[in-house]
Design a binder for this molecule. Sequence first.
Ligand code: SF4
Ligand code: SF4
Length: 285
Amino acid sequence: MKLTVLSGKGGTGKTTVAVNMALSLPNIQLLDADVEEPNCQYFLKPNFNKSEKIYRKIPEIDQNKCTACRKCVDFCEYNALAMMLDEVLVFPEICHSCGGCEKICPENAITEIDRDLGVLKHSTTEYDIDFWQGELNIGEESSVPVIEALKEKMDYKKDIIIDAQPGTTCPTIEAVVDSDYGILVTEPTPFGLSDLKIASQLMEELEIPYGVIINRAEEESDHIIENYCEKNNIDILLKIPFKREFAYLYSDGIPFVIDYPEWQEQFKTVFAEIRGVLNEKDHSN
Ligand code: SF4
Ligand code: SF4
């Protein structure tokens, strides 16, 4: 199975769920696709033993050949090119590497060059997890190519857990788009509910089955999420309680299933439930 853990906003406990679930199951590959802020490493203490740089193509202008016709500037939908005093300026951070400007230049004044975008790092960890982490270079805007490269590392002999970027923009969609199932992590607050609604809408649009894990669950406030899930027929997979002990472990970078191994059984049950849902879906197709 390929599961993606996502949330409508940051700080809900998405990484906590991804890491603790990975540590509760055998034969797991964990991909940290939150490439702007990869946090799984702080809990897994990896020894990175392999790294690969990720490049993407951006245009370079030969000003000697350029006749300042503006065709490339007008063509670029992302405003990554601008004309200044008859010279074309390139803004590489916002270029989407579509290659279109190179193709339409009538003077062959544009060539594509590699730009260093980020890095993939691999580690086996002391917890025996096959772990890959994507990192976007600081100042870069386009994380999707790093996530695409990270997903090429998927080992289909294992069950795969992807920790996606929070939100519902392109990087999150790239992480989840071909997953078997999405785990939406939320917290029982009005903000949590609002972001959960947006994340659920995304999953509906992508037609990916999904369920919800409530983090920092407290009986008196949980109903705000439960009511929404019940009304919309969404499975609540698990509730992780708001516990001082879990918060201390979190601040020390220790996954709570290490000190509370009984929680591994809870995650195993969630995993089995998801497998059941997917098997049922397969049979009904
Ligand atoms: S399309 Fe080519 S020739 Fe025209 S402005 Fe752009 S680089 Fe210069
Ligand atoms: S490659 Fe595409 S996005 Fe980048 S500058 Fe050229 S037209 Fe714009």
